[in-house]
Design a protein around this ligand. Structure first.
Ligand code: NAD
Length: 369
């Protein structure tokens, strides 16, 4: 199929408005930017750096941002970028600055951090373009990973969701896939509510102890040695083994599509809160729901980061960000789950139905749309 046909194959009544492929031959930097919809305002979305990031992945993530931002009531549309590079091996500053020069004129897109990029990366982008969120404190930013903004939202989501399935958070077993900027503080916030972290994984493996892992010690081990598998008081397994561990709450906080149709029968959990973006394929989410596992979708559950980014962009404080995360995520989770259980629908379908209507209404105010 011709590339043009392929690009427009998935366009619908919302977007995507722009798909830009960047290539800088001298450094061979390759990147993709998708601005999905800007009816509510300039698009905010993260810059992902990974060797295997694709246009399809960026497009799906950009749409998730459109829904996430409108659900959170932010004056921003949705977009996303992917830099095709391995953050561990490239000259990161050079690649990020090259990318930033390439997007300087894409003023409808405000970049934020995502997998493989961080506050320092955003500082370089801001230096080149004057636009970025998730900046270091020294530049007036609210460092959303340092404060655990997304993870806080995940915990707020659990506070509401557990009541719908009669799950006591106190003593509930917790497993976390991806012990990074979302996974680590999620473990911390949830252990504050009495959950017991029985397993956590990263790209190098899984650590498991049915009696519980010491969250603070595990964070220390991950930060100092690079992997959860170096934690002493637990069994080290493969990364993929995490999905087979019986749990009450499962938080995917790493890569897309870790649960798909081929392994959706494996997970033994009561509640899944999507810390990562698109961690479960849409069909697999439905299979899990039909198996009695409640899945709170990404664009509702992990909005804490972008809410903080938006508060920062509009000159607000950290305290205001936490308050907005709490109010927004509890209200949205409640609204969606009430509909799911009263109308017997799937959580994502319900959430998307609400979000889509809001985007279409925002588009009506825009003559050029
Ligand atoms: P991160 O890079 O800090 O952490 C990712 C973790 O996942 C790392 O520990 C890595 O080792 C691990 N990992 C990678 N591949 C894995 C695999 N195959 N199996 C198990 N673990 C694996 O990234 P992050 O900022 O925590 O983001 C994680 C996810 O959450 C992404 O999908 C991101 O888009 C999403 N998200 C992040 C934020 C945020 O505020 N950081 C906000 C919203 C959504």
């Amino acid at each position: 199929m011709d590339i043009t046909q392929k690009v427009f194959e998935f366009a619908d009544d919302i977007g995507p408005g722009k798909i830009v492929h960047l290539y800088e031959p001298r450094t061979q930097t390759k990147a993709i930017v998708v601005i999905d919809n800007i009816a509510a305002g300039p698009a905010i979305g993260g810059v992902r750096m990974a060797p295997d990031v694709t246009t399809t992945e960026v497009r799906r993530l950009a749409r998730a941002m459109t829904f996430k931002n409108i659900m959170a009531g932010l004056p921003h549309g949705g977009g996303k970028a992917g830099i095709i590079a391995d953050p561990k091996t490239v000259n990161k500053e050079q690649v990020i600055r090259t990318f930033a020069r390439g997007i300087k004129n894409l003023t409808d897109y405000i970049p934020g951090p995502d997998m493989g990029t961080d506050e320092t990366s955003m500082a370089y982008i801001y230096d080149e373009t004057g636009r970025a969120v998730g900046l270091p404190r020294e530049l007036g930013g609210i460092p959303l990973d340092e404060i655990g903004a997304t993870a806080y939202g995940v915990a707020v989501c659990a506070d509401i969701a557990h009541e719908f399935i009669n799950l006591d958070l106190n003593g509930a077993r917790l497993t976390i896939e991806g012990f990074g900027n979302v996974g680590k503080p999620a473990a911390r916030f949830l252990s504050g509510r009495g959950t017991v972290l029985v397993a956590a994984s990263d790209s190098k493996g899984t650590i498991y102890n049915s009696k519980g892992l010491d969250v603070e010690e595990l964070i220390r081990v991950k930060d100092t040695t690079g992997s959860v598998t170096n934690y002493k008081d637990g069994e080290a397994l493969e990364s993929t083994d995490l999905l087979m561990i019986s749990t009450d709450i499962f938080i995917p906080a790493a890569r897309p599509d870790v649960i798909n149709e081929s392994n959706s029968d494996v997970l033994d959990a009561k509640l899944v809160i999507e810390g990562a973006n698109i961690p479960i394929s849409e069909n697999a989410e439905k299979i899990l729901h039909d198996r009695g596992i409640l899945v709170v979708p990404d664009f509702v559950a992990n909005a804490g980061g972008v809410i903080t980014a938006s508060v920062e962009y509009h000159g607000g404080t950290e305290t205001q960000a936490f308050e907005k995360i709490k109010n927004t995520i509890s209200r949205n989770t409640k609204e969606i789950l009430e509909k799911v259980y009263s109308e017997n629908t799937y959580p994502r379908d319900t959430g998307i139905g609400i979000a889509r209507q809001r985007v279409l209404r925002a588009m009506k105010y825009r003559e050029w749309m």
